[in-house]
Design a protein around this ligand. Sequence first.
Ligand code: NAP
Length: 294
Amino acid sequence: MNKYTHPQINTGMEINSETKILGIIGHPIKHSLSPVMHNVVFEKLKLNCVYLAFDVEKEKLGTTINSFGELNFLGLNATIPHKISVMKFLDKVSREARLIGAVNTIKFENGKAFGFNTDGIGCVKALEESGVRIKNKNILILGAGGAARAIAFQCLLEGADVSISNRTRENALELKEDIKRKLGKEIGVVDFNMRKEDLKGIDVIINATSIGMRPKTNSTPLNVSLLNPDIAVMDIVYNPIETKLLKDARRGGCKTVSGVGMLVHQGAESLRIWLGIKAPIEIMKKAVIGNLLD
Ligand code: NAP
């Protein structure tokens, strides 16, 4: 067989006429860790697949999805700004993705494009892996953007009680209404300028805002004096790996969970959807962490 190893695609794999193509579409996409995280899996499991990053502008989204389907791509991840707008170009969307109102994983099969959302399940799996169970627990989610929505719906589907706190209160109220309409469940809305009483009974806090993300690493969404050691704190921001919020929480005696776990588990769930495999979590984590350390 005529095999060819592309010198610029560092998958460590040979690429040939049977290689299955996967990838991520976003704009911008240059800093995505997904290619590193997925290609290491293909290399370790000796799968004839490659995962690439595609910078796709909004106007070209529809033609991109159609063309990738025509070209027999196996699947795609979608990231900012395409998670919502891509839905109209898909043939069928999973229940979770419909609830959340966004898709981050697309599978092409028999000429059709199917949409899924693995962000929420990725977050819950990362918590569970760290020993934080959420069933019947009180979860406070900071943020009301795309990631917060995915996490809120998944936590509710898994039997947790949820409250939301967001800088723009209207966005939190909108999410509350959406949840009520779709699941018939009530969630709490907590003022973003929180007081200690607001955290009474809270078991887990999840930061799903972008506060604390590099380069603004001295920012935190929560005053450390509000925390107590009974609360587990997760930050879905993964760059830096230990955000100021997590540092404060760890020093305050709280159990902490970094955003790397969510990134890896949402990717592992995508791999399960595309290839039916149980992804090697530790290998993926190592690849991500190796590319985050500076
Ligand atoms: P998004 O849809 O743009 O939502 C951003 C959220 O952050 C909104 O709730 C926004 O509040 C809030 N926010 C932004 N800047 C703020 C500030 N200065 N003060 C207070 N609140 C602020 O973004 P997203 O897709 O949900 O992503 C949120 C973060 O999660 C990003 O850092 C992203 O990298 C990370 N993420 C991580 C993973 C993972 O796998 N670990 C997955 C997805 C996302 P307003 O409503 O008031 O604007």
